[in-house]
Design a protein around this ligand. Structure first.
Ligand code: ATR
Length: 282
């Protein structure tokens, strides 16, 4: 890939940013779609975020992704928001349109697209869907489920009040919150079409105490947002029971592809990039 005078500049703001998979992923998107773009990691400290964002139009940068710890502060600093960003109170994608900075959030759309790719046969759209966790990632998931019209969402969280607050904001009509673990959670499983883990439980091989997947129907799916390791104990248990499973690598790549499309007007093919990243992660 060579950089020319006309090359479109994209990037990611984060602190730290060196570990980010986004530059490699977006470089693949440019190759896949034949676009003349380059994607740069910018190590932006919190005290410099406002200056960095406001410099985007004058530098002619078409857009940036926003990662930890800047997603909420960027929400407060941009001039406009999409509905998804507003629902999440967090921005993962900034689109530069002339002097305007538009804050978007593509995590939920990436999740929904990945559900369609993996779990069509489970009828997840008819619900109920059980979501473990009530943090930032759970907000994206619950928002996506609500946009998709899922009629029943159960959020199970260690801190019940956080789950209740999330339901109150994002799914007051269709959602309810239960404690994790609890009998109520276990009782919700026999009717569930999909179980989604949004917590960090499983990153280091941990299991959920008091959660038994035996209760899920045979046609249910289990989705874990964790993609490294590729199979958490939760996904291993689900696989052993013959349930359909998917990890969050597809969500990661699809949210990136949706951002890329917002900036360039071209949605790249995601399958080769997912496969390539699977190989990188081992
Ligand atoms: P993210 O942005 O990745 O969602 P977060 O906003 O810190 O991260 O949210 C983490 C979620 O995982 C929270 O819902 C947290 O539960 P609490 O609200 O009780 O803190 C949940 N979580 C993290 N570690 C957990 C654990 N060991 N057991 C159960 N839930 C856990």
């Amino acid at each position: 890939m060579s950089i020319r005078g006309s090359t479109r500049v994209l990037g990611v703001f984060g602190d730290p940013v060196a570990h980010s998979l986004s530059p490699a992923m977006h470089t693949r998107f440019a190759e896949e779609s034949g676009e003349d773009s380059v994607y740069v990691p910018f190590h932006v400290l919190p005290e410099n975020l406002e200056t960095a964002l406001h410099a985007l139009p004058s530098l002619g940068i078409r857009g940036v992704n926003i990662t930890v710890p800047h997603k909420e502060s960027t929400f407060r600093l941009v001039s406009e928001h999409t509905d998804a960003a507003r629902a999440m109170g967090a921005v993962n994608t900034v689109i530069v349109d002339g002097e305007r900075l538009i804050g978007d959030n593509t995590d939920g759309a990436g999740f929904a697209a990945d559900l369609e790719a993996h779990f069509d046969h489970t009828g997840w759209g008819k619900g109920p869907v059980v979501v473990l966790g009530a943090g930032g990632a759970a907000r994206a998931v619950v928002h996506a489920l609500t946009v998709a019209g899922v009629p029943e969402v159960v959020v199970a969280n260690r801190t019940l009040e956080t789950g209740q607050a999330l339901i109150g904001q994002l799914a007051p009509e269709t959602g309810r919150a239960v404690a994790l673990p609890s009998e109520e959670l276990q009782n919700a499983l026999p009717r569930a079409r999909l179980l989604v883990n949004t917590t960090s439980v499983g990153l280091k091989g941990e299991t959920f105490p008091g959660l038994s997947l035996d209760a899920l129907p045979r046609e249910a799916g289990v989705y874990d947002l964790i993609y490294n390791p590729a199979r958490t104990p939760l996904l291993q248990e689900a696989e052993q029971q013959g349930l359909a499973v998917a990890n969050g690598l597809g969500m990661l790549v699809r949210q990136g592809a949706i951002s890329y499309a917002r900036w360039t007007g071209k949605e790249p093919r995601v399958e080769p990039v997912i496969e390539w990243l699977e190989g990188q992660l081992g």
